[in-house]
Design a protein around this ligand. Structure first.
Ligand code: SAJ
Length: 481
């Protein structure tokens, strides 16, 4: 055959293969499971394989999924009924047999890329590399490979392409299609987000982009596809979280300024927010005890690594820190600020931080959730303990039996136990239960003359707590601090 232009060669292979009928999704987690069951529910799909390593930690998911039971914690509206439907219809099954990738027209990698170690802020791509090797070993001409994981810009055209070509002996963009389609799922609305959010789809070339558009279009309801290049898609995903982190940092810094100037941040915020209209509205978010989770705490560093390794020189003010990592540093300072507020309030009560008993309320990184990944409560807990305070942690949502991210010494769902004899009550997470705290009742549990309340999420009313005899400090509450 004449040596066609690679894209024409790929287009010919895809035409020979025909419409996508068999799909593989690697990684049966918060991203992979909803993606797989939505694909399996597309009319005309022959089969969707959910690939899951039969490991000691997550091998149990295989049997659960094949029984039509979801291994995901928490409420996911519509997920389990849809899973049962596609299992009963025979269009979905979960398997540890990665050789079945060879039967697929398209394979999606939905494998998480956590920090190897929070200190060095480097992602652990090991699981993703394993997944890519499995795909490469079973790659066939005309197949589409899609990375859904959040990755450093440059990974799809770089590391991923290299591994797939090395393992298969095939050429990306000529023999197989390769794209990045970042997930935008959120716990509690997995199916809804995939169906309703717009889907960024970036191929390494036009043919790859179009094949990936063909894959995702049938699962979208109100969402639309937004095609671009693979690297642009990687930048979009990491930058959308970088910008959210930046907006939170701007609110946190203004809250610190308001505290220093004796001003109520929330009055200022309402004032700024009143400026509405075309192009002049300000996106002012909320200050707080810190930023946790598995998105905002790492995606800035993906973006930074992407631009550093982009190769071409970046024109940026010489020697100046990135605005984005500066935002990360400001957000990561907030737990330290909470300790400063605690120490100042205890001092006003005539008590040193050393030896003080602190009731830390909230271990989850987000309100009314059991997710404690990269929780800002953790650095506060460690620093307070290092300063000689005794810290007892309460969280009604985090299950000590199943949460891998626990304070040493554990936590409890028994609020009375944590509040008893506490010198300071420190609110880190905006769980609804804490909005209902009755200051007089809490004071009785604390059992001391001048207990302290430090509110990291602005969920209690200062005047009520001060009237009940508390020393109050709050993030952004300069008029009370
Ligand atoms: N936070 C603030 N102030 C704010 C908003 C959040 O301090 O104004 C803190 C929260 O307390 C939490 C952290 O930031 O500790 C992260 O909160 P988040 O609402 O951003 O929740 P995440 O981390 O689950 O972010 C996810 C992201 N979704 C995806 O990556 C698909 C993010 O892009 C979404 O914008 C966010 O959900 C959302 O809007 O719910």
């Amino acid at each position: 055959m004449t040596d066609q232009h690679p894209e024409n060669h790929l287009a010919a292979r895809i035409t020979e293969r025909g419409p996508i009928r068999t799909i593989g999704v690697i990684g049966m987690g918060y991203v992979g499971i909803p993606a797989a069951v939505l694909f399996a529910d597309i009319p005309g799909i022959r089969h969707v394989y959910g690939f899951q390593r039969d490991s000691t930690t997550s091998g149990y998911k295989i049997a659960m999924l094949n029984r039509g039971e979801s291994p995901l914690k928490g409420e996911e509206p519509g997920l389990e009924p849809l899973l049962k439907k596609v299992v009963d219809a025979g269009t979905f099954s979960c398997t540890p047999d990665f050789s079945k990738i060879a039967d697929c027209d398209a394979v999606c990698l939905a494998i998480q890329t956590p920090f190897k170690d929070h200190a060095d802020l480097l992602p652990d791509f090991t699981p993703l590399i394993d997944g890519l090797r499995h795909v490469g070993a079973n790659l066939t001409p005309g197949m589409l490979v899609v990375l859904e994981s959040t990755i450093t810009p440059g990974t799809t055209v770089g590391m991923a392409r290299e591994i797939l070509e090395e393992e298969s002996g095939l050429v990306a963009g000529r023999d197989f299609a390769l794209a990045h389609a970042p997930e935008r799922v959120m716990v509690g609305r997995l199916l809804r987000n995939i169906r309703e959010h717009d889907r960024i789809i970036g191929g390494i070339d036009r043919v790859s982009t179009m094949r990936a558009v063909e894959l995702y279009t049938p699962v979208l309801t109100t969402g639309r596809v937004i095609p671009m290049t693979a690297t642009a898609a990687e930048v979009t995903k990491t930058a959308e979280n970088t910008f959210r982190d930046l907006q939170i940092a701007a609110a946190n810094q203004l809250a610190l300024y308001c505290e220093a100037m004796g001003v109520n941040f929330y009055d200022v915020r309402a004032g700024i927010d009143s400026l509405k209209g075309e192009g002049i509205t300000r996106a002012i978010l909320w200050p707080g005890a810190g930023v946790g989770g598995h998105c905002l705490t790492k995606d800035t560093y993906h973006l930074e690594r992407g631009v550093q390794s982009a190769g071409s020189t970046l024109d940026y003010p010489k020697g100046m820190q990135s605005l984005y990592t500066l935002a990360r540093d400001i957000n990561d300072f907030m737990p330290e600020h909470m300790l400063h507020l605690t120490k100042a309030a205890l001092a006003e009560a005539g008590k040193p931080l050393t030896g003080a008993r602190i009731a830390l309320l909230g271990w989850a990184f987000i309100n009314d959730s059991d997710d404690a990944r990269n929780s800002p409560s953790e650095p506060y807990f460690k620093a307070a303990r290092a300063a000689g305070a005794e810290v007892r942690v309460h969280d009604p949502w985090v299950d000590p039996a199943t949460s891998p991210d626990l304070p040493d010494g554990g936590l409890t769902g028994d609020l009375e136990e944590v509040l008893t004899d506490a010198d300071a009550v420190v609110i880190f997470t905006g769980h609804a239960i804490y909005r209902g705290l009755v200051p007089e009742q809490v004071k009785r549990f604390c059992g001391c003359e001048r207990p302290v309340i430090v509110d990291g999420r602005n969920i209690v009313e200062p005047e009520k707590w001060v009237e009940a005899g508390f020393l109050y400090k709050g993030v952004g509450r300069g008029e009370w601090n």
